[in-house]
Design a protein. Structure first.
Length: 689
């Protein structure tokens, strides 16, 4: 609470007091204290800029710089008023005017002008240019950084909160460098104002001393000029410190260790100990050349050689520790042991094989993050679908063609793609103007190009969607998991899910036991839901519905329909757009006819309608679905609950993305929009078997 009160009241009052100083005279003791405070604050700010690890840790610097500059100008005005009125402005200014410059007007002017040149021409000019370039490049890099965040979010590597934080950091960074570009102008203007104020004090003091106080010209120059120079030096020392602080904070670059400025410089100099050795040897040679200062060069060369030797020992020790950690031997395993043979015989549920030139994607030392992205993908699928994806076994395969990866499910190859090294995938219409190898995006089949990584920014500017290699592979893997989710759900995983449900709903597990439903029956129901792309996150609701239905029948198809009805709202939500559900309906006569042709079988209910009629129905449904998709809609086929499983098996090979739902799954909140009706084909149009 105390800190909040200082921030809310103290700082605004201090700024108001600075403005008041511009118009109200200050007593000399208070002016001395404020000048000392000004120098102290400048030193503190410079040390803070040297100790921050990243520029954004001192994001308030531009505002602090403005307040400090205004404070210093207010002190200049107060000092000028006292100099011109009383020919005295306190002990600090008098000390700088007499002691620091030896009481010499010429020396004082030279020192003052040198400080102005250092600040204005060297430090301020360079810092302003760096801030301007940093602001421009930060703004240019924002789209690429935003796309990288979106790619990490889509693959599940980060969560929404982390993505929001990163986006905020990017925006804050752009605002910071933009503010620093303007803050550099404060320092430049302050240097100009200092020169003008000193000139005004010199001229004004000479006029007042001669005209008003009737002083000789020499006495007036000696009195007012030295005080004016002292005032200029007092103000320019903290101004120079703030200029240095501005240059330090805009030239800091992010380092892997995120050290402060001093530690970073020492570490980097220590790595280059050979350069220090050579410099020491050169200085030692110069010490023996006649006419040169032997002692000075000899001492400097010896100090450089000692520092180089110390830096070499520190660098070599760190290198040995790193190599020892990396080369730590692992316990050997018996090649022909039963455990090892059983491990090699085992077929993993999900495998990712990489060609030899793609191994860098899984090597963290080479910037590879594929394994981390796969872990994020597993978390995302678990969160979205409720499926515990088995660990993905990733390994290299020298038999694969270069730049190729293969995805296997239970040892069988189900997908294959390419990810050339040094390339990024550009997707979209503008790719025609980009150089690279044409290809097809592996998930949605969109035209794409593998373009050189150095042209990534050019591809983004052209309007293409740019995806890195790890994101391509991770997205492809996610699509495979979605398509083969039912095969990846094992009985052991179902048992784990049931145990998880038991921790929150123990009575439900007891009901499953009384209904004589074991993990095998539950696995069959959950696998059926996943095969139709239905999430199983609402596990408790699904188990409750299955348990209630199992008291009447153990038919797997009936249990599956009961589970679908329990999560009907989640199923329908996948296809609803703005509260509207586009549906393809069956003609009432056709639906009654198909219900009459429904027969139970070992693999579920089947339609015994003649094949020609079924083919005509499939053609009508496919045509209506394609027509709706061209209009930007994702329709579903709606039918009776008993008819739904048979129709889904009939239509899924032709229209795999078409949802087939029953009337029991509809919710009152959804508005149904009919996009077409499938009618019974006339005998003339039916295709003969």
């Amino acid at each position: 609470m105390k800190r909040n009160r200082i921030g809310l009241i103290g700082l605004p009052m201090a700024v108001i007091a600075i403005v008041v100083m511009l118009v109200i005279p200050l007593p000399t003791p208070l002016l001395d204290a404020l000048i000392s405070l000004n120098i102290t604050v400048a030193v503190i700010i410079m040390l803070m800029t040297m100790h921050v690890q990243r520029p954004m840790e001192f994001s308030a610097f531009p505002s602090v710089l403005l307040v400090a500059t205004l404070f210093r100008l207010a002190l200049n005005v107060s000092a000028s008023r006292l100099i011109l009125l009383h020919a005295y402005a306190g002990t600090v200014i008098e000390s700088f005017g007499h002691f620091v410059v030896g009481g010499s007007l010429v020396v004082g002017l030279v020192v003052f002008l040198i400080l102005i040149i250092i600040q204005f021409v060297v430090v301020t000019n360079g810092a302003g240019r760096v801030a301007e370039v940093a602001a421009r490049f930060t703004l240019d890099a924002m789209p690429g950084k935003q796309m990288a965040i979106d790619a990490d979010l889509n693959t599940g590597l980060i969560k929404e909160d982390e993505a929001r934080r990163r986006r905020r950091d990017i925006a804050d960074e752009a605002d910071f460098y933009g503010a620093m570009d303007g803050a550099a102008k404060f320092v430049r203007g302050d240097a100009i104002a200092a020169v003008v104020i000193v000139v005004i004090n010199l001229v004004g003091g000479l006029i007042i001393g001669v005209v008003e106080h009737h002083m000789p010209i020499a006495q007036a120059v000696d009195t007012y000029s030295l005080l004016s120079i002292g005032d200029g030096l007092v103000s320019q020392i903290p101004a120079l410190l703030l200029s240095i602080s501005t240059g330090l904070i805009v030239t800091r670059a992010a380092t892997a260790d995120e050290d402060d400025f001093g530690s970073e410089v020492l570490m980097q100099f220590a790595r280059q100990f050979r350069a220090i050795q050579i410099a020491g040897a050169v200085l030692g040679v110069l010490a023996f050349i006649p006419g040169l200062p032997h002692v000075a060069f000899f001492l400097a060369g010896g100090a450089a050689l000692l520092i180089a030797q110390r830096a070499r020992s520190v660098t070599m020790r760190r290198k040995q520790e790193k190599e020892a950690l990396e080369n730590k031997p692992e316990p050997p395993a018996a090649i022909d042991s039963p455990e090892q043979l059983a491990l090699e015989m085992r077929v993993d549920p999900l495998e990712l094989d990489l060609a030899a030139d793609l191994v860098d994607l899984v090597d963290p030392n080479r910037g590879g993050d594929l394994l981390d992205r796969v872990k994020g993908l597993r978390r995302k699928i678990a969160s979205d679908k409720g499926l515990i994806v088995p660990a993905v076994r990733t390994r290299d395969d020298i038999n694969l063609p270069p730049s190729t990866y293969v995805i296997k499910v239970h040892g069988v190859e189900v997908a294959r793609g390419t990810a050339p090294p040094g390339r990024v995938l550009a997707i979209g219409e503008p790719i025609a103007s980009l150089p690279g190898e044409s290809t097809t995006e592996p998930v949605f089949g969109l035209p794409a190009k593998w373009v050189p990584a150095e042209l990534r920014q050019q591809a983004v500017i052209s309007g293409s969607t740019v995806v890195d290699r790890s994101s391509v592979i991770t997205t492809h893997l996610g699509e495979v998991v979605d398509a083969y989710a039912s095969q990846l759900l094992s009985t052991q995983q179902v048992r784990q899910l049931i145990d998880l449900a038991k921790s929150t709903d123990p009575a439900l597990v007891e009901e499953l036991a009384s209904a004589q439903l074991g993990p095998i029956e539950i696995q069959r129901v959950l696998a059926g839901l996943l095969a139709e792309r239905v999430p199983i996150r609402s596990l408790v609701r699904i188990l409750e519905a299955v348990c209630a239905r199992a008291r009447q029948t153990k038919d797997p198809e009936a249990l599956l329909e009961a589970a679908r009805t329990s999560v009907g709202s989640a199923i329908i939500a996948q296809y609803v757009n703005d509260g509207e559900l586009p549906v393809i309906m069956l003609d009432a006569a056709l639906e009654q006819s198909l219900l009459g042709d429904l027969r139970a079988g070992d693999e579920g209910s089947q339609l015994v309608t003649d094949p020609g009629t079924l083919e005509a129905i499939v053609r009508q449904v496919a045509a209506l679905a394609e027509q709706a998709e061209q209009q930007g809609r994702s329709p579903v086929l709606i039918c009776a609950a008993k008819l739904r499983p048979a129709l889904h098996r009939l239509l899924s090979p032709v229209t795999p993305r078409l949802g087939v739902v029953s009337v029991n799954e509809l919710t009152p909140q959804v508005r149904v929009h009919r996009v077409g009706t499938v009618s019974a084909p006339s005998p003339d149009l039916a295709v003969p078997a």
